[in-house]
Write a protein that binds this ligand. Structure first.
Ligand SMILES: [Ca+2]
Length: 200
């Protein structure tokens, strides 16, 4: 190889390396969802009856004598999760959380998924979980999880709901999270890390 040939060869190799490095960097940027955590129960300021005030304001419905505990042992994210124990109200088909979003968290525009971490103490079918939103005063229908499996007892599962297309999502005031009762008279679960996601 001539001197010129070697120089050309080196330049070509350098260009190939740069292109490869750029490709790896770009793929690194493309991989990994963008996540905005709405709730991790780091700051629980009040537990009062069926209400929990944390980053968002949570109210549980159709669940008799709910007991809420800050659980530092079982948690998906530090320092605690919220443990929920209760009895399904008579004739109810299940229970639901009404999650009232703080004003600064009401813009869901551009997000694709709502995710939440659940730790059921008895296994639960993913089909028992549903979600609906109220945005700009418009309430959606029920949306299923993207999962079709069973959430096993005694472990954390990430539950995903695709955000419904109901037009403008910049004033989403309420997320409702439903848990069907199945044939259970009572139920215990831990809940943590409610988040918005976009990208893969
Ligand atoms: Ca947490």
């Amino acid at each position: 190889m001539t001197l010129n040939g070697r120089v050309r060869h080196c330049r070509t190799s350098l260009v190939v390396l740069l292109v490869l490095a750029l490709g790896v960097t770009l793929s690194g940027i493309a991989v990994g969802a963008e996540v905005k955590v709405l709730e991790d129960f780091t700051t629980i300021t009040e537990i009062d009856g069926d209400i929990v005030n944390a980053a968002q304001r949570w109210r549980i419905r159709s669940f008799e004598d709910p007991v809420f505990t800050q659980d530092a042992e079982v948690k998906a994210s530090e320092p605690v999760s919220l443990k929920v124990e209760g009895v399904f109200a008579e004739n109810s088909t299940g229970t639901r959380f009404e999650i009232f979003l703080r004003e600064e968290d009401q813009d869901l525009s551009g997000y694709e998924r709502i995710t939440v971490m659940l730790y059921p103490h008895k296994e639960v079918a993913a089909s028992a979980l549903q979600l609906r939103l109220t945005s700009g005063g418009v309430r959606t229908g029920f949306y299923p999880t993207t999962d079709r499996s069973t959430l096993p007892a005694g472990t954390w599962s990430k539950v995903t709901f695709n955000i419904p297309s109901i037009g403008d999502l910049d004033k989403t005031t309420l997320i409702e999270l439903y848990l069907g009762r199945g044939n259970q008279p009572s139920y215990t679960f831990n809940i943590d890390t409610l988040a918005l996601e976009k990208g893969q």
